[in-house]
Design a protein around this ligand. Structure first.
Ligand code: FES
Length: 127
């Protein structure tokens, strides 16, 4: 049912944890399954230099967050905004159709974290 990559990222997830003083945080949840994903970003000169995640959810959500963090690490925030759940799913060699929404959480969490970063930058500039 699950690809080797999904199993690998589920059993050995990358970038698990939190960041102290993150530059952006994005938390999303899926009301139907109750799963929650939080992504922390450290950004320097608009490049994501570090990223961590905490996911309270199913295996596919954990694998998706792990893969998503790997995909955005080292990217600019504009590049990271282009990462869709499709890209995450492809990088995982696919997810079963009933589990596609789990990868959507990863896309949404990244976008929320980047928006949070942008808001914080704006406030900094305004201050
Ligand atoms: Fe909810 Fe996977 S079942 S995120």
């Amino acid at each position: 049912m699950y690809s080797d990559k999904v199993m690998d990222h589920f059993t050995n997830p990358r970038n698990v944890g939190e960041l102290e003083n993150p530059d952006g945080v994005g938390e999303v949840g899926n009301a139907r399954c109750g799963d929650i994903m939080r992504i922390y970003l450290k950004v320097e000169n608009d490049v994501i230099v570090d990223v961590k995640f905490k996911t309270f959810g199913c295996g596919a959500a954990i694998a998706s967050s792990s893969m998503a963090t790997e995909l955005i690490k080292g990217k600019t925030i504009d590049e990271a905004l282009l990462i869709t759940n499709k890209a995450v799913t492809q990088a995982l060699d696919g997810l079963p159709p009933v589990k596609l929404h789990c990868s959507v959480l990863a896309e949404e969490a990244i976008q929320k974290a980047i928006n949070d970063y942008k808001e914080k930058q704006k406030n900094k500039l305004g201050a």
